[in-house]
Design a protein around this ligand. Structure first.
Ligand SMILES: [Mn+2]
Length: 356
C-alpha cells in the first residue's frame, strides 16, 4: 500500500492540496487494505490516517498497517475535524463523485477553517494500471469463471430455464472460492439474445436456440467478466454461423491490435470496421470493452470517443457483439492485460461455437 499512498501524494502536489479524504469503499480499500464498511481515509503529505468506529478498530489495525487508526465516537465529523486541525490542512480535497450533497453541506459547516476542493476520480485513475498482486488475483477470478463455463457446457440441457442455469453457475463459482457474483448473470436464449443485458428469466431453453452467457465472479474483491455462446441440441443455421464468425473475427482482430500507446477508440474501431463491413454496423451499438478490477466496469474504456492511450498493466475486456431484434444475438468477451508489446489474454474458455 505504501506505493499507492506515495502515488496519491504526488497527485496532491499536482493538485495543490494539503490532504484528501477518501470515503468510497473500493478506493479506501485500494489505499489501505481495510475491508470494513465504514471509515474515512485521510492522506496528507506527512500522514495516512484511517478514522473508523469501535466495531472496526482491531480489524483496521490488522489490515491498514501503513495507517494511523483513529477511533471516532458518535460524530465522525468531530474526529475528522480534530485530525485536520492537528495536521494543519488548509486545502482539503474530497471525492466529488462519491460524497452526497448533504455530506458536502456538513463539511462546509463543520470544516469552515479550510478550503474544500472537489476532485474527480483521482484514485480511480490510479486503479487503471494494475500491479502484480492485482493481476494474480484477477487471473484467479478469470479461472473460476472459465471453469464455471466449462461446467455449464456439461450441465445444460434443453428444457432447463435460464434461471436454473444461472443459479448453477453461481453455486459452482462460490464452491470454487468466489465470494459473490460480479453482476446478475446474463443467460439470454433465442430471441432474448438480442438484448445485450438479457438477465436470466424463467424462459425455458429450447433446441436450436443460441444462448448468450455473460458471467463473472468476485474473488478476493477483484472481478472477472466472460461472455460466450452455446447452440443447443442442433447444428447452427447458416445465419447463426455467419453472425458468430463475424463477431469472432472482430474480437480476434481487436485483441491483435491492442498495444500500449494506442487509444481505446482505435481498438474499438478495428472491431467496428469488421462488423460494419459485414453489414451489421448498426447492430453493434455498445463500446468494445471496459477495464476490470475492484469494479467489474471501470476505466479504461475501449469505445468510440475514448482518446486516452493504453498503458501496460491495464486490464480490459474485448467484447464485440451483434444484436438482431426478433432473431437473437452473439457476443464474445475475453479479459486481456496490456503488456509492453501487446496484450496477454487471461481468458482460456474456448471460442468455438460449441454445440451442446
Ligand atoms: Mn463486460
Amino acid at each position: 500500500m505504501k506505493k499507492r499512498i506515495a502515488a496519491l501524494r504526488d497527485k496532491l502536489i499536482e493538485l495543490d492540496l494539503d490532504g484528501i479524504i477518501i470515503n468510497n469503499p473500493k478506493n479506501r480499500y485500494y489505499l489501505s487494505g481495510f475491508t470494513g464498511t465504514a471509515g474515512t481515509v485521510l492522506i496528507t503529505e506527512e500522514e495516512a490516517v484511517l478514522i473508523t468506529d469501535f466495531r472496526y478498530i482491531d480489524q483496521a489495525n490488522n489490515q491498514a498497517t501503513d495507517f494511523k487508526v483513529v477511533e471516532h465516537g458518535n460524530y465522525k465529523i468531530e474526529t475528522l475535524k480534530k485530525e485536520l486541525q492537528r495536521l494543519e490542512v488548509e486545502k482539503l480535497g474530497f471525492e466529488a463523485c462519491y460524497e452526497s450533497y448533504q455530506q458536502y453541506n456538513q463539511y462546509q459547516r463543520k470544516l469552515d477553517f479550510l478550503e474544500l476542493i472537489a476532485t474527480e476520480n483521482v484514485v480511480k485513475k490510479m486503479r487503471k494500471v494494475k500491479d502484480e498482486s492485482e493481476l494474480n488475483t484477477i487471473q484467479k477470478a478469470v479461472k473460476i469463471t472459465d471453469d464455471a463455463f466449462s461446467h455449464i457446457i456439461e450441465y445444460i440441457e434443453p428444457g432447463m430455464t435460464e434461471k436454473e442455469v444461472s443459479l448453477e453457475l453461481e453455486y459452482f463459482m462460490k464452491q470454487k472460492g468466489a465470494s459473490a457474483k460480479a453482476f446478475d448473470f446474463i443467460v439470454a436464449s433465442g430471441k432474448r439474445g438480442a438484448m445485450p443485458h438479457g438477465v436470466a428469466t424463467d424462459k425455458e431453453i429450447a433446441v436450436g436456440e443460441l444462448v448468450t452467457f455473460d458471467l463473472g465472479c468476485v474473488y478476493q474483491r477483484y472481478n472477472s467478466d466472460l461472455t460466450r455462446n452455446l447452440i443447443i441440441g442442433a447444428a447452427p443455421t447458416v445465419k447463426q454461423q455467419e453472425v458468430y464468425e463475424t463477431v469472432l473475427e472482430a474480437q480476434l482482430a481487436a485483441i491483435d491490435a491492442i498495444e500500449p500507446g494506442k487509444t481505446g477508440a482505435e481498438i474499438d474501431q478495428v472491431a467496428r470496421e469488421i462488423i460494419t463491413e459485414a453489414g451489421y454496423g448498426d447492430d453493434f451499438r455498445h463500446g468494445l470493452g471496459h477495464g476490470v478490477g475492484l469494479e467489474v466496469h471501470e476505466g479504461p474504456r475501449l469505445a468510440q470517443n475514448k482518446d486516452k492511450e493504453l498503458k501496460p498493466g491495464m486490464v480490459v475486456t474485448v467484447e464485440p457483439g451483434i444484436y438482431l431484434s426478433g432473431w437473437g444475438g452473439i457476443r464474445i468477451e475475453d479479459i486481456v492485460v496490456i503488456t509492453e508489446e501487446g496484450c496477454d489474454i487471461l481468458t482460456e474458455a474456448s471460442k468455438e461455437l460449441i454445440r451442446v
